[in-house]
Design a protein around this ligand. Structure first.
Ligand SMILES: *Cc1c(COP(=O)(O)O)cnc(C)c1O
Length: 320
């Protein structure tokens, strides 16, 4: 999508944080082919976003927007309708395409096309595949845009194999019940983590404080909190590693959205390709742990997470 909708000299607007591989492609590959990039975070207001684009050197060449909401790995939310308004104000003649990476919400809990996006993208490796046994992606949009995506795909040769296609069809049969079971478990896990003394901060859509701007975006855009739970452990890398290495049932691995629960350390794993100075700014700290909650019995998951947290010693003087 990025290669089809951008050309040298164009400006790409993107939300940050975004999946580590996407971030690397945007910040390290696109500049090599002369595409200008401008990142923004969920903290920016409508006016601030407008000003930021207007004040950039290349506002007149804004052609494409890449959004990831909720963002991997912090669950930060971007208001898609707000971004649509801003880019339409900036480019009144031609239409700017907005693509949303909807991987975190699967096809179930968020429908970006209804909120002003032109394209929706999925890592089908995640919820859609759902069994951590295939790698695929999906893009959806109107016929005019999809012809462009499909044509470039033919030249790049990155279509899925027949076997992957067959496995995806198998997986679609259970997509909804898997996702609902995972979400129900995640709500239990998040509630357990919420009050825990070893947990400094929890980033879960189901726990966003009412009355905040984030809560409004969540209510307008998502139909459920999903099954991705991130939290900051009380401490830093040492404590996060101790927790991860103490898990017995939850596996230490990247990827997400599969039937089995996974835990990982974004800073050193999925987001290792993101520039260091940038990581702190977007909330990907040494203390951050990401959980993808699966379909197991939630009591087993809480037992495991609880015993792993018990293994962590909070560093003295660093109680948050
Ligand atoms: C995993 C992931 C990707 C990349 O997907 P692959 O199928 O592994 O190539 C892109 N975006 C998000 C949000 C992801 O979680």
């Amino acid at each position: 999508v990025l290669l089809e909708f951008l050309k040298p000299g164009d400006l790409l607007l993107f939300s940050s944080p975004t999946y580590g591989g996407t971030d690397h492609f945007i910040n390290h590959f696109l500049p090599k082919i002369g595409v200008h990039t401008l990142g923004f975070t969920s903290e920016m207001s409508e006016e601030e976003l407008y000003e930021t684009i207007q004040n950039s050197e290349h506002a007149g060449r804004l052609t494409h927007v890449h959004l990831e909401t909720p963002a991997n790995p912090t669950n930060a939310l971007i208001d898609i309708e707000m971004v649509r308004r801003v880019v339409d104000r900036i480019k009144t003649e031609e239409k700017v395409t907005i693509a949303v990476d909807n991987t975190y919400m699967g096809p179930l809990w968020q429908h970006p096309l209804k909120h002003g996006a032109d394209l929706v993208m999925y890592s089908a490796t995640k919820y859609i595949g759902g069994h951590s046994d295939l790698i695929a992606g999906a893009v959806l949009g109107n016929a005019e845009l999809m012809v462009r995506v499909k044509t470039l795909r033919t030249f790049l040769g990155n279509m899925a194999s027949p076997h992957t296609g067959w496995m995806l069809l198998r997986s679609l049969e259970t997509l909804k019940i898997r996702m609902e079971a995972m979400q129900a478990n995640a709500i239990q896990v998040a509630n357990f983590l919420k009050g825990h003394e070893k947990v400094a901060q929890i980033k879960y859509l189901g726990l966003i404080e009412e009355g905040t701007r984030n809560y409004e975006i969540y209510k307008n855009q998502c139909s459920g909190p999903g099954a991705m739970v991130s939290f900051c452990i009380n401490g830093g890398e040492k404590e996060a590693f101790k927790f991860l290495n103490s898990l017995k049932l939850v596996k230490l691995a990247v990827s997400l959205g599969g039937t089995e629960s996974l835990a990982e350390h974004p800073k050193s794993m999925t987001h290792a390709g993101v520039d260091d100075h940038h990581l702190e700014h977007i909330g990907v700290t040494d203390a951050l742990v990401r959980l993808s909650i699966g379909v197991e019995n939630y009591e087993d998951l809480i037992w495991d997470i609880s015993q792993a947290l018990d293994q962590v010693t909070i560093p003295s003087g660093e109680l948050v």
